[in-house]
Design a protein around this ligand. Sequence first.
Ligand SMILES: Cc1cc2nc3c(=O)[nH]c(=O)nc-3n(C[C@H](O)[C@H](O)[C@H](O)COP(=O)(O)OP(=O)(O)OC[C@H]3O[C@@H](n4cnc5c(N)ncnc54)[C@H](O)[C@@H]3O)c2cc1C
Length: 477
Amino acid sequence: MKEAISDIVWELGNQKDIISTDPDDLHAHGYSSWSTVNPDELPVAVAYPRNTEQVATIVRVCHRHRVPVVAYSGGTSLEGNFSAPYGGVSIDFAFMNNILQVNKADMDVVVQPSVGWQDLNTELAKQGTGLFFPVDPGPTAKIGGMIGTNCSGTNAVRYGTMKDWVINLTVVLSDGQVIKTRRRPRKSSAGYNLNSLFVGSEGTLGIVTEATLKLAVVPEETSVAVVNFPSIRHAASAAASVMQAAIPVQCLEIMDEVQMKVVNLSGFTAPRVWVEKPTLFFKFAGTKASVQEHIKLVEKITAANKGGNFEFAKDEKEQKLLWSARKESLWSMLALRKEGEDVWSTDVAVPFSRLADIIEVSKKEMDELGLFASILGHIGDGNFHESIMYNKENEAERAKVEACVKNMVRLAIEMEGTCTGEHGVGWGKKESLLWEVGSETVGVMAAIKKSLDPHWILNPGKIMDVPWERKDSHHDG
Ligand SMILES: Cc1cc2nc3c(=O)[nH]c(=O)nc-3n(C[C@H](O)[C@H](O)[C@H](O)COP(=O)(O)OP(=O)(O)OC[C@H]3O[C@@H](n4cnc5c(N)ncnc54)[C@H](O)[C@@H]3O)c2cc1C
C-alpha cells in the first residue's frame, strides 16, 4: 500500500494536497458515528483528485498494486458503505464540486460528484431556472454517494428515486479506463442500461466522476400539513389508503410519538410545539387548485382513520422548519445521546398492504426493549426506519438491539419486502441481502462484480463478501 501511495504522488506530478495520511483524515474516511456498523480497519490514505484524469491515475496505480479503492462523497451513508475494512485508498471528491452545465431548456445539469443536492438546488434557484433536483436524502449528501446508494428521500413518493434522474455517467473502471454510459437525451434504449448497473452499486463496480441529471419544474404552490392519530396502526392505514386512492401528494412521512417528542425537544420548530402522537406529515404541491383539491381528499381519508384535524404550517418559513425537523430527525436523535450511547438506525420497505402490520409489530418489539426508540419514515413508499438508542459498551444491550433490528428485516422479507428501501447494503446488511434474494442472485451480482473488477479492488467487502472470505465460494467462477 505504501508503494501505491508513493506511485500515486509521483504519477500526479508530486502535487501537494493530493494525498493525506493524517490520522484524523483516515478516521473521518473510515468511521461514521451515524453508521450502524464500523469495521475496525481504516483507509491507509485519502486522495483528493481534481479531475477525472487524476481519478483514473489513482485507480490505475491501485489496480497495479492490487490496493482497495473506496469512493467517498458526503459521508452520510448509514450502513458502513464508505468504510475501508481492507484498508486501501479512500478517494474524496471534495475538490470535484462544480456544476459544469445548467441546460435550462433541456431541463438537465452536468455535475461533479461532490456537488451537494441542497447546494445544487440553491444554485438553480439563484439562477432563476424555475427548476430543481428532487432527490433529497441526508441534508449533506452529495451526488456521487447518492448515485452510489440509489438513495431517495421524502420526495420519492412523487418523483421516484435516484435511478430515475440519472441520464449519463462518466465512470472510471477498476483498471483506470474511463467510459460514459450514454449521451444527453432524457430517454434512450441504446444497448444495456449501464446507468442502472452503476446506480446503487456503492462504488463496487466503478467510480463516478461526472453525472448528467434530469431536473423537475418547481411547483406553483406548496402546502405542508401534519395530522396525528390515536395509534401507529391508524396512521399507517391512513397512509396506505392515500396511496391506494392515487392522490399525488409530494411527500407522505410518518413519525411516531417518540420522534415527535424528539422534534419538540430539538426546538427546531419553536415556539411551535407538536402533539406527541403518531403523526403523518404531508407535502402537497401543484397548481393552487390541485393543492386545495388534494388536501380535501386526504382530509377525508385521514378522518376515516381517526386522524385529528390538519395543522398547516402557517407560512413558507414554518414549512421549511417543519420539513428540516423531519429531514434532520436522525441528527436530533443523535444530539440526545448521553456518554457511551449510540443510535442504531435502519430501514426496510414492504408493499403498502402490509405497512400497518409490520409497523405495529416492529413498534411493539422495539418498545419491549425498554430503550429510547422511534419509528419514522417515507411511508408513502412503504419505507420506514427504526432508530434505537443503546449503550454501545453494553454487549448484552447491543445484542438485544441487533436481534430486534434483524427481526424487523426478516419480517419485512417475509412480507415480500426488502431489507433496505434506500440506505443500501454496505458492510452492515450483507446477510440480509442473502435472506432477501438468495445466494443464486447474489452469485449473479458477484459474477458482474468479477467481470468489471476481477481483482476486487473497488470497495471490497460491500454488498457481498470478498471471494476469499465467502463460505460458499462457488460463485467465483
Ligand atoms: C440525517 C440523515 C438523513 C438521511 N436521510 C436519508 C433519506 O431520506 N433517504 C436516503 O436514501 N438516505 C438518507 N440518508 C443516508 C444518506 O444520506 C444516503 O445514503 C446518501 O445517498 C449518501 O450520500 P453521500 O454523498 O453521503 O455518500 P457517501 O456516504 O460518501 O457514500 C455512499 C456510498 O457511495 C459510494 N460512493 C461515493 N461517491 C461515489 C462516486 N463518486 N462514485 C461511486 N460510488 C461512490 C461510497 O463508496 C459508498 O459506498 C440520511 C443520512 C443522514 C445522516
